[in-house]
Design a protein around this ligand. Sequence first.
Ligand code: PRP
Length: 212
Amino acid sequence: MKDELINIALPKGRLGEKVYDIFEKAGYGCPSIRENNRKLTFEDHESGVRYFWVKPSDVAVYVERGAADVGVAGSDILAEYGPDVYELCDLGIGKCRMCVAGKKDRGDDTSRALRVATKFPECAKRFYMKKGREIDIIRLNGSIEIAPILGMSDVIVDIVETGKTLAENDLVVYEEIFPISARLIANKVSHKFKNESISALAAGVERVCAEK
Ligand code: PRP
């Protein structure tokens, strides 16, 4: 029985299920989480954890503000928002790539700004800034692939996992920007004051990930 619980933000969805399996194997199980209902928070005093499901892109916000002591977020989200958190380890799951993609037969007119449709404007800006290419960001929230098909953008900067979405829409990857995977992150203050329990949890998670 633990007095102080570690608050853990899990990304809702398929990745979150995998993440919870890892935490459970590491000794931080919370059986009630398996109950299929719409509850969002679960605690287990034996394991000393309180879990909550949040939107994957919001995990870093909960951790940065200390509502969660730790959480699991994709390195794409960390690269885009740059939250002030500690990155404790790479879980080696949720692997995909941040890419520039577009139509197969596109020619590049460098005399004007490149129109880039994306959910990741900061990643796109940094990438093209390094290249010294002027861009016009078109900020979208999903179905980014439609933008070049309709001629609204020249390229997209987006996540590619299996590559199916691109293939089925006759689009191709032009360049890979960086590889992505899920990371265990911690709030900086929690990491200081709950150091022992957070370090033990991170070590357990790392051990389970290394066994896979
Ligand atoms: C993501 C991403 C691509 C797709 C890539 O979209 O934005 O569209 O997955 O996966 P694939 O390479 O395996 O086809 P998501 O499913 O998050 O939906 P969205 O269109 O709402 O962004």
